[in-house]
Design a protein around this ligand. Structure first.
Ligand SMILES: *[C@@H]1O[C@H](CO)[C@@H](O)[C@H](O)[C@H]1NC(C)=O
Ligand SMILES: *[C@@H]1O[C@H](CO)[C@@H](O)[C@H](O)[C@H]1NC(C)=O
Ligand SMILES: *[C@@H]1O[C@H](CO)[C@@H](O)[C@H](O)[C@H]1NC(C)=O
Ligand SMILES: *[C@@H]1O[C@H](CO)[C@@H](O)[C@H](O)[C@H]1NC(C)=O
Ligand SMILES: *[C@@H]1O[C@H](CO)[C@@H](O)[C@H](O)[C@H]1NC(C)=O
Ligand SMILES: *[C@@H]1O[C@H](CO)[C@@H](O)[C@H](O)[C@H]1NC(C)=O
Length: 528
């Protein structure tokens, strides 16, 4: 021990020689691995190798090991050298010193700055945070990792250098910052904090509406109360009330400008005044009052026609009536012939809708009506109307067959006679044609057909001036100046056809006529 101390004392120290050399990079970036290598002319002779930085011993090895700085820092910049003791003679040791190497460790990237797309956004806006920093061009492919924070709370961590909040809320106000770091977290820097103040827009313009729209509800149906505000952001509380009782019907809360309250199975007790309120913390706003009327929806309207058994004649006026007695007015009715709309009638205060048709043969067919009072429309059952040509308004009474006899014509439901003044074959021809008989044969006096006309039967036609081509006696020109009695009643004889060949619908029309129009009238068919 003493000997060794002596030797060391004698040995020349701090001798810089070429024997020990230092090998190290001049520059490095933070986080790099920096190797400082000291080696001698004969490494086998090194039994102790000491590394110094800025004159301070930083490491000692017992062989020719290199010194590794695994994660370089700025503070690792400085001057480096080594010392070793080598055995010169069998007992003499010499201290060798390397030359000095200079290391400069550069910053890998500066502290990031947090860029905020809007530092005073309004609620609901989208806000993007970007963590900006820059790598030297030699290290541009270094992958950085980014974290975003609000206060002490991590919002996002990963490779993305931006963080998007698709909608920001008042509660999100606060100090935001970010951190950029290398993959192994060897280098890590944080931005300074940026304060974000999120503005809330107070609610305004509250409106209460219903769905379906309109100030009415249908019994048995669902009514939806919709409360909305024109402006207002953030957490809003919507409430619905009945005005008279101030009773709350419901409440909804959320980040929306419109909320719905559903009321199923509406009944009469739901009629009344309603309003809603909205509040997002800056004072409550109230909607106007909405008065709700409860209506009974249409069920099925009933369609009727003025024609008995829905049989009618061309030329008649027909009234169609459509009504849904229970439905609340106003009710709108539509009338249909087959699939063709005839028209619509609005009934504002209840009752039946009426539609008048002036009938032609083409009006035969199926009719229906539809009623609607705000909800869906409902159809009646179909009625089938049969429109026929009107029966002839002429008959031959008490002849041998239906094509012979005293001429009688009908006016307004009464049967009267025709005066024979000027009565000729042309007139008879028209009568025969109108009755669907054969050719005119004679112009007999009406009196021969018994019994005679009743005393109180009128004489409807004084003088008929037919030219012979008319289809009916009523079409002939008439003169009304004479005053005839029943002793001047006209008669007519037409050819007739065999009954078997005369299966004429017209006779059935006549029969219908006697059924429906002159139930007490005389028999039209003389027995054959
Ligand atoms: C109407 O509806 C309310 C609530 O749905 C119910 O309490 C009430 O009994 C109903 N009234 C009638 C008359 O049906
Ligand atoms: C609603 O009805 C009340 C009475 O029930 C009436 O005083 C008020 O004027 C009505 N409001 C509207 C908007 O029709
Ligand atoms: C009505 O029905 C007829 C046949 O039934 C059809 O030819 C016609 O196109 C329909 N018209 C309309 C307007 O639907
Ligand atoms: C009702 O009929 C009238 C014509 O008579 C027409 O102008 C109107 O559009 C119809 N209304 C509806 C609701 O169809
Ligand atoms: C009327 O309706 C009946 C069934 O109700 C149908 O058989 C008939 O073909 C319809 N007539 C016309 C003209 O559409
Ligand atoms: C006969 O009378 C009818 C009806 O008045 C008229 O249309 C027709 O032209 C007349 N014919 C002759 C030949 O005068």
């Amino acid at each position: 021990m003493l000997l060794r101390l002596l030797l060391l004392l004698f040995a020349p120290t701090g001798i810089q020689s070429d024997w020990l050399s230092i090998d190290m990079p001049r520059y490095a970036y933070e986080g790099d691995e920096v190797v400082v290598r000291c080696s001698g002319e004969d490494n086998g002779k090194i039994r102790k190798l000491m590394y110094y930085k800025d004159q301070h011993l930083i490491a000692t090895y017992h062989d020719a090991s290199r010194h590794t700085i695994s994660n370089a820092k700025i503070s690792d910049s400085g001057s480096y050298y080594c010392k070793t003791e080598r055995k010169k003679f069998w007992f003499i040791y010499v201290t060798e010193e390397s030359s000095t190497g200079w290391l400069t460790v550069h910053e890998l990237f500066p502290a990031p700055s947090l860029r905020v797309s809007s530092s005073q956004p309004t609620e609901g806006m989208s806000v993007t945070l970007s963590c900006d920093t820059r790598l030297p061009s030699e290290r541009s492919n270094t992958e950085l990792h980014y974290s975003f924070f609000r206060g002490g709370h991590t919002l996002q961590s990963g490779w993305r250098s931006s963080f998007q909040m698709s909608a920001i809320w008042k509660e999100d106000s606060g100090d935001y910052w970010c951190k950029a770091m290398t993959a192994l977290h060897t280098v890590s820097r944080s931005s300074s904090q940026s304060h974000i103040t999120v503005h809330r827009v107070p609610v305004s313009g509250a409106v209460l509406e219903t769905q379906p729209q309109g100030a009415w509800a249908f019994k048995g149906k669902t009514l939806v109360f919709v409360c909305s505000v024109v402006e207002g952001t953030g957490d809003t509380t919507f409430s619905w009330y009945r005005e008279n009782t101030k009773e709350s019907l419901g409440r909804k809360n959320g980040r929306f400008q419109r909320a719905e309250l559903e009321t199923p199975e509406i009944n009469e007790s739901h009629a009344g005044s309603y309003y809603c309120t909205a509040d997002n913390g800056y004072g409550l706003v109230r909607s106007a009052t909405l008065n709700i009327t409860v209506k009974i929806p249409v069920s099925q309207p009933v369609l009727t026609s003025s024609a008995p058994r829905n049989q009618a004649f061309a030329g008649d006026l027909l009234e169609l009536r459509c009504e849904d007695k229970r439905a609340s007015p106003p009710v709108l009715y539509w009338f249909y012939h087959g699939n063709v709309t005839l028209g619509n009638v609005s009934v504002p205060f209840g009752g039946a809708a009426s539609f008048i048709l002036s009938l032609t043969i083409e009006h035969s067919g199926n009719y229906s009506c539809e009623a609607e009072n705000g909800l869906r429309s409902q159809s009646s059952e179909t009625i089938t109307l049969n429109v026929k040509e009107p029966p002839p308004k002429i008959r031959l009474m008490y002849g041998a067959h239906r094509c012979e006899g005293r001429v009688e014509v009908e006016q307004e439901g009464r049967w009267g006679t025709v005066c024979d003044d000027g009565w000729d074959m042309k007139d008879v021809a028209v009568v025969c044609r109108e009755l669907g008989c054969g050719a005119a044969k004679h112009t007999p006096a009406g009196m021969i057909y018994l019994p005679e006309a009743e005393e109180d039967q009128p004489v409807f036609i004084q003088v008929a001036l037919c030219n012979g081509t008319e289809k009916a006696l009523a079409e002939c020109e008439q003169i009304e100046t004479f005053d005839c009695g029943h002793n001047e009643d006209a008669g007519a004889v037409c050819e007739t056809f065999l009954p078997s060949s005369y299966k004429d619908t017209r006779s059935r029309h006549v029969a219908d006529l006697s059924d429906s129009r002159a139930p007490d009238g005389p028999t039209v068919f003389p027995p054959l």
